[in-house]
Ligand binder design. Structure first.
Ligand code: ADP
Length: 168
């Protein structure tokens, strides 16, 4: 059984992420989407919320599981019998960082392969941070997010805006 792990922050999951998940699910027997806990980032959505969103938007994919991990990815992959790390590669920006990460992970676990799936052209420049920035100004981001999470996203950005306006 070939199991792959797809790690990320998913704050929140976008159509770009979902496209990678759907394509990976066709290549492997099982795909674990793993929300990585990064104490340096201040996420908009809690770990539980991000997991809940991912579970909701992948409900149509029976071989996709959602999990979270606070330690090393290579360690997680070994514990869960994953042979491959899936990464999405967007235009330009991701390459250097991902190349370095792939080398580090391979060093930590030589049996672990990193597989890069290139972003679909319409998602090439899409990132969670861009969606959050746009949402912060009240822009319509529904074309970038899976429909199942749009309302929750809009509610959160509305609350943040109201909170900021209420500040002295
Ligand atoms: P970000 O916060 O930059 O959107 P994440 O840390 O959640 O990204 O990303 C997890 C993984 O998904 C990474 O491998 C990243 O390169 C990939 N990814 C993110 N957005 C896209 C996209 N629009 N198309 C393809 N892959 C993507």
């Amino acid at each position: 059984m070939k199991i792959a792990v797809y790690p990320g922050s998913f704050d929140p999951v976008t159509n770009g992420h979902l496209n990678i998940i759907e394509r990976a699910a066709r290549l492997f027997d099982e795909v674990i989407v793993c929300v990585m806990v990064n104490s340096e980032k201040r996420p908009m959505f809690s770990l539980e919320e991000r997991k809940r969103f991912l579970t909701r938007v992948t409900a149509h994919l029976p071989n996709v599981k959602v999990d979270a991990h606070a330690g090393l990815l290579a360690e997680y992959a070994q514990q869960h019998h994953c042979c491959t790390i899936i990464k999405g590669l967007r235009a330009g920006s991701d390459f250097e960082k991902e190349f370095q990460m792939a080398m580090i992970n391979r060093n930590l676990n030589p049996n672990l392969e990193s597989l890069f799936l290139t972003a679909e052209h319409q998602y090439m420049y899409l990132s969670s941070s861009a969606v959050k920035e746009l949402g912060g100004y009240g822009a319509d981001v529904s074309e970038f997010l899976p429909p199942e999470i749009v309302a929750d996203f809009q509610e959160r950005t509305r609350n943040i805006r109201n909170h900021k306006e209420a500040l002295p």
